[in-house]
Design a protein around this ligand. Structure first.
Ligand SMILES: Cc1ncc(C[n+]2csc(CCOP(=O)(O)OP(=O)(O)O)c2C)c(N)n1
Ligand SMILES: [Mg+2]
Length: 802
């Protein structure tokens, strides 16, 4: 007999046999779910399918060592793992395939993510944390390959912090003193992504308990390993990471994807070393198959050779496991076949139930609307046309909500000439339809908990007479908050020893220790991921990206992962990371960028704060550190040495988000800007005042959210003229600001002059002060733009300047 799979001393032979049979049953059912799932797509009942066939047995082995409090950050092949841990089942699997919008039925995403995107819910219905230590935790999957890697690093880092920082030991709902492993899964081809390597290196540098599994099926869609991986083996080329005699590095294991016993043994060893030593571990699972090809989008016969296909059939993990069970007299062939038969019946029943549940909810809505139509028909309101809408709708065999939407809209058009009273039931139903579906498809872009940042109390700053450098203001804010809350920690390039390149954390590492104020390697993408993962585990990370220009490297995890998290789980998960960076005007092409349009369009779901000085920044941090939402704060690069008054209540006062501040009052023109431009705008406004032009200068303060109380339009009602001043390229953030003021706030109604955006040039800003003068809007440009506007209004009073 071969090595006995994971057979612990406590198990009797019967128990062991029953465990193996149960493992086989789960793997077999998972396979059947994949096979039926593909058919469901091909027959049109679902839109797209991607399945875990071929990867079942390895996931059974991984599941055995996954304990309460552990975390997974993985990808779309992991259904068997989810079934094995009881985190999903076949019915939920199909509910997601059909896009069932009910979170009771499809808890991972409420029908928002395509199938194979797994997640557990770790918030209650009010958006509050549930305990994590008594659960198996699955951070919500995303589709970009290797996009799970940065978050994984943060999940593993949290264990280190919980272990090594005794002040966190009381947080027992989040961690048992850091005893938890963060499990990662990834496909072989996705290890070609740079972020995979960045995270592997960082995990070894930091020595965090990360157990990384690579499911190696030799392909990434159609592209074989020889184009993906040097030497065609990820474990071979990662051997340089292997732990050295000082215990630094990672442990590397390999196991074959069809070999149940080998997999169980390897995972047992891997988890033990990872959990006890907090050493990262790689398990390279080789010889994995993909019986149905990549997804429902194509067939693998197009790119796999006959030999490969034959090999895949023979080394299918289920075929091999079955063979092993028979050889080792765990069960006879006929016993296994009987198990398969009954298991298949169970799968079919669950799949059918999922379909019934999915369709019946829609059918209830359709019946309800048919009732509304019938009511009108009986009142002789457009009886023929409405009857035809009703009958057509009822005849659709598997209707979706779009069919209902079409019918409602048709009915509204048919009844255009009816009385308002006659149409009211239709309008009422339409409103309900929109509301219900807003909840189904558009809720939870932001936290709906009591800790939503917009609920933070407004506490004004009270000032001392002390005048200080701007950086001392943010520094004092961080210090006070870190004293208050042991969960807060900050990290990034140069944040530790020197307290960031502009000294916002200077001396704070000495005070709070290296675990809370920490230097990181140059790796923006995974710095962001550290924040995302750690914040999911109840910590309060401040992830610093040194310069706004380099935020581009961190934009993928912000956009794909962080900003979508609440939305893609329909409020099931959250990650309140604060991303701190600094930008706008300074020097040169890569240290004076302000690509705010790109950023705000990429991170809907986060807040974006653009404070004009360090006091405003501190107030925003105070707001954010008391909320449960992710946010980006862009400090002004040129503000650290400007003099500011030190607030008395430095750790307490708050700046509310989405509330602009009027910096100068005036009746002629409304000038809206933010960030570093506020200072230039104020200079220009003072100069304009000297020629009799009174400008109302408004600092937007935050771009997301933007002026939630619509105060800017109130200014327009007085001035009737609008200039938007922005350091971004033409049509960048200024286009968004204009859309908000003109469209959302109906500002167009009050304009007597064409609105103007004054922006930087379309190119990146050139180096040095003259580069700035000619690339970005200057005080002269602001003066001239506003003067010209007033010249057009009254050329006698303001004769042509140019
Ligand atoms: C960043 C990104 N690029 C491309 C894709 C499209 N895509 C989806 S899966 C896949 C192949 C992944 O192969 P592998 O990592 O080996 O996983 P497997 O599907 O083989 O398990 C590709 C290219 C994507 N989802 N994300
Ligand atoms: Mg692959």
């Amino acid at each position: 007999m071969q090595v006995v799979a994971n057979k612990s001393e406590e198990l009797t032979k019967e128990e062991f046999i029953s465990q193996v049979l149960n493992d086989y049953k789960i793997a077999f059912q998972s396979r059947q779910a994949s096979l039926i799932g593909r058919k469901e797509v091909l027959t049109g009942k679902a839109k797209f399918g991607i399945f875990g066939d071929g990867k079942e047995v390895a996931q059974i082995a991984m599941a055995k060592v996954f304990e309460h409090g552990d975390w997974r950050s993985g990808y779309y092949r992991d259904q068997t793992f989810m079934f094995a841990k009881g985190l999903s089942d076949v019915q939920k699997f199909f509910a997601q395939l059909y896009a069932h919008t009910n979170v009771e039925k499809e808890p991972a995403s409420g029908g928002r993510s395509m199938n194979g995107h797994y997640a557990t819910r770790f918030l209650d219905d009010q958006g509050n944390w549930l305990s994590q230590t008594d659960k198996y935790n699955v951070s919500a999957d995303i589709s970009p390959t290797a996009g799970q890697m940065p978050r994984l690093l943060g999940l593993a880092l949290a264990s280190k912090l919980y272990k090594e920082n005794p002040d966190l030991h009381a947080l027992t709902q989040f961690s048992n003193k850091g005893n938890e492993i963060a499990f990662g899964t990834i496909g072989n081809a996705s290890t070609s992504e740079g972020i995979f390597w960045e995270v592997m290196n960082a995990a070894c540098v930091m020595q965090v308990p990360m157990l990384m599994s690579v499911w190696d099926d030799g392909y990434g869609i159609s592209v074989p390993a020889k184009y993906q991986t040097a030497k065609e083996s990820i474990s071979a080329i990662m051997s340089g990471f292997q732990t050295n005699d000082q215990g630094v590095g990672m442990e590397i294991f390999t196991a074959r994807g069809w070999n149940y016993a080998e997999l169980c043994n390897v995972y047992k060893q891997a988890a033990e070393v990872c959990r006890t030593k907090h050493t990262p571990v790689l398990v390279h699972v080789t010889e994995v198959t993909q019986p149905q090809g990549h997804s429902t989008s194509g067939s693998h016969e197009r790119y796999k050779t006959k030999e490969r296909l034959t090999w895949e059939t023979e080394f299918d993990c289920l075929v091999q496991m079955k063979k092993w069970m028979i050889e080792n007299q765990i069960a006879s062939e006929s016993d296994i076949e009987a198990l398969e038969k009954s298991s298949l019946e169970e799968v079919k029943t669950m799949q059918k139930q999922a379909w019934i549940d999915f369709t019946s909810e829609i059918k209830i809505d359709i019946q309800e609307f048919a009732g509304v139509l019938q009511g009108l028909i009986s009142l002789q309101v457009a009886p023929e046309a409405l009857s035809s809408v009703k009958n057509d709708l009822l005849q659709i065999s598997d209707p979706i909500r779009r069919d209902l939407g079409n019918a409602i809209n048709k009915s509204l058009r048919i009844t255009l000439n009816c009385t308002a009273a006659q149409r009211q039931p239709l309008l009422d139903y339409y409103k309900k339809f929109l509301n219900d579906n807003h909840d189904r498809y558009s809720s939870h872009l932001h936290s709906q908990s009591a800790e939503n940042a917009l609920n933070a109390p407004v506490i004004p700053a009270e000032y001392t007479d002390e005048i200080t450098d701007g950086y001392m203001v943010v520094r004092a804010c961080f210090e006070t908050n870190m004293e208050r809350d042991p969960r807060i920690f900050a990290f990034g390039e140069d944040v530790g020893k020197i307290g960031d390149v502009n000294q916002g954390f200077s001396g704070l590492q000495e005070k709070f220790g290296e675990l809370r104020v920490t230097d990181k390697g140059i790796r923006e993408w995974s710095i962001l991921g550290e924040g995302i993962g750690a914040a999911m585990r109840g910590l309060r990370p401040i992830a610093e990206i040194q310069y706004l220009d380099y935020l581009l490297y961190a934009l993928e995890p912000m956009s794909d992962d962080l900003a979508t998290l609440q939305y893609r789980t329909k409020g099931g998960q959250k990650s309140p990371v604060i991303v701190r960076t600094r930008g706008h005007r300074l020097e040169g092409i890569w240290h004076s960028g302000s690509p705010m349009g790109m950023i705000i369009n990429a991170v809907r779901g986060m807040y974006v704060c653009v404070p004009r000085n360090m006091t405003q920044a501190a107030g925003m941090y105070n707001t954010l550190l008391r909320s449960d939402e992710p946010a980006l704060v862009v400090e002004c690069l040129n503000g650290y040495r400007s003099k500011e008054k030190m607030p008395k209540n430095i750790g307490e006062f708050t700046v509310p988000l989405g509330v602009p501040e009027v910096l100068r009052f005036g009746e002629d023109v409304t000038l809206v800007t933010y960030g570093s431009n506020c200072k230039l705008a104020a200079d220009a406004v003072d100069q304009l005042f000297e020629v009799g032009i009174r400008v109302e200068l408004i600092d937007a303060q935050t771009l997301l959210p933007f002026d939630i109380k619509h105060t800017i339009v109130e200014s327009l009602k007085n001035t009737n003229r609008l200039v938007v001043l922005d350091e971004d390229v033409p049509g960048g953030a200024s286009a968004f600001i204009l859309q908000q003021i003109l469209e959302t706030q109906n500002g167009y109604k009050y304009l007597d002059s064409a609105p103007v955006t004054l922006t930087s040039k379309a190119h990146r800003p050139a180096y040095s002060s003259d580069g700035d003068y000619f690339s970005k809007p200057s005080v002269d440009d602001i003066f001239n733009t506003i003067y010209q506007m007033m010249h057009e209004v009254d050329p006698t009073r303001w004769p042509a300047l140019l």
